[in-house]
Design a protein around this ligand. Structure first.
Ligand code: ZN
Length: 243
């Protein structure tokens, strides 16, 4: 077979393209090139597109919320914060820039599970919750009013809603789902439990699936918070809210 120069040129260009893509996305490890700036830029570039995807997925109009960026120096900690008027997205170095939902199974195996897109969707879902909370005013159940009184039961619903947003958009849950299910009340309050069990989309899933994101959050906020027994049996909680 005779190979013409054009074949070599095409092969060369394809090779360059692949290397460029590999280095941009760092397919086999963590993103290393100036991570905070690059991740921030990456999120800013994609923000409008991701917002549109979230709006389409949940048939909602997103609240106009300020996005802040934070980075925890020298740490790969996965702790993020947000408040009622703005959401903060961490730009820690441990991300991979690929989105979990947009790659094939082979690439997923090499992917850091927490991605900027997944994290963005989680935080953006908090902004939906925050705006509904504000609009409900005095209709909110007293168990949700005093933030200083919140415990695992409130956080489980609030973070569960944010994680629901993330998994419904096809991104990876913060903790594997089986880890988010306490086996007993003691287990619920055991060391570190609060953090892990807060990221529990399964406790709100049936409600949000049935009522949709906005109406579902409204019902969660205007009814008494989930009980310990209902945490162990989320179907009882869903039935109470849905009936
Ligand atoms: Zn959160």
């Amino acid at each position: 077979m005779v190979r013409r120069p054009i074949t070599y040129i095409i092969a060369f260009l394809l090779g360059i393209g692949m290397i460029k893509q590999m280095s941009e996305y760092n397919l086999i490890g963590k993103y290393k090139l100036n991570p905070p700036t690059d991740i921030r830029k990456f999120i800013e570039l994609n923000q409008d597109k991701w917002d549109e995807e979230i709006e389409n997925k949940f048939s909602i109009v997103l609240p106009d919320t300020k996005i802040g960026f934070t980075s925890i120096d020298g740490s790969t900690s996965m702790l993020y914060f947000h408040d009622k008027d703005s959401i903060a997205v961490d730009t820690t170095a441990s991300y991979n820039l690929l989105s979990y939902s947009e790659v094939g199974p082979l690439t997923r195996a090499f992917l850091h599970k927490e991605t900027p897109k997944g994290h963005y969707i989680h935080e953006r879902t908090h902004s939906i919750y925050n705006s509904i909370f504000k609009n409900l005013g005095s209709d909110i159940d007293s168990s949700f009013i005093k933030e200083e009184m919140w415990g695992i039961r409130q956080y489980m619903l609030i973070e569960g809603i944010a994680e629901y947003g993330r998994i419904m958009k096809g991104e990876y849950n913060f903790f594997p789902l089986e880890m988010c299910k306490p086996k007993s009340i003691d287990d619920l309050y055991a060391n570190g439990g609060r953090k892990i069990y807060s990221y529990s989309p399964h406790v709100v899933r049936k409600i949000l699936d049935r009522l949709g994101m906005e109406k579902g959050i409204e019902e969660i906020l205007t009814n008494p918070v989930i009980t310990e027994n209902e945490i162990l049996n989320p179907e009882i909680y869903a039935d109470r809210i849905l009936n």
